[in-house]
Design a binder for this molecule. Structure first.
Ligand SMILES: Cc1cc2nc3c(=O)[nH]c(=O)nc-3n(C[C@H](O)[C@H](O)[C@H](O)COP(=O)(O)O)c2cc1C
Length: 171
């Protein structure tokens, strides 16, 4: 499998636009690989390092896997969108099924971290968590608290992942 190295800043716009529809955040702990759709996130620079910042609700299985192995891969669809993968990875939990298998996704060996990428969504960022911070929901504006947080929907954990490799997966 060929990979074309990229400068992530050249793709910041593509990533930001794709986030509106959803992109894929993949984790791995032991032999278990799991991918979820995320819509909240951003690329940029923190501590003079390139980072992807993700917001993962405390209740997600992904959060459990990140606790065990604080690395994640970001995969951004280019072109046609695979509705089945979005539906499975964006609504089912990896606690209950092997979502990668169910969605028919192809894992690609990583370059630097231990978490694979996804061939079908070629723009790939390999990230290692530098810092995590749970949202203090009570400090958010009231309308946002009401809209996004309730008894069953807890806070997000904000993960700052250092981008250690960025590339496009090619056939
Ligand atoms: C378009 C879209 C965007 C989403 N964005 C996020 C997000 O930014 N953070 C989050 O915690 N969940 C988000 N979700 C929900 C998760 O993808 C969903 O709950 C998933 O089933 C969690 O999987 P897991 O339990 O295997 O980790 C989003 C779902 C969709 C469809």
């Amino acid at each position: 499998m060929k990979k074309q190295r990229i400068d992530y800043t050249d793709y910041a716009n593509t990533i930001t636009k794709a986030l509106k529809k959803g992109i894929f955040l993949t984790t791995k702990a032991g032999e278990k690989v799991n991918s979820m759709v995320i819509g909240w996130g951003h690329v940029g620079q923190v501590w003079n390092l390139p980072v992807f910042v993700a917001y993962v609700r405390d209740s997600r299985y992904t959060r459990e896997l990140l606790d065990q192995n604080p690395e994640f891969t970001i995969n951004v669809p280019i072109g046609d969108v695979d509705k089945k993968a979005f539906s499975i990875c964006g609504s089912k939990s990896g606690r209950d099924m092997d979502k990668i298998n169910e969605a028919g996704l192809t894992l690609v060996p990583p370059e630097v971290i231990s978490v694979p990428g996804i061939k079908e969504f070629p723009l790939t960022l390999e990230c290692k968590v530098l810092y995590r911070q749970e949202e203090n929901v009570s400090e958010l504006p009231e309308d946002i608290q009401k809209k996004f947080y309730g008894i069953e929907t807890g806070a997000h954990i904000i993960y700052f992942g250092q981008i250690l490799a960025a590339y496009l997966i090619e056939d």
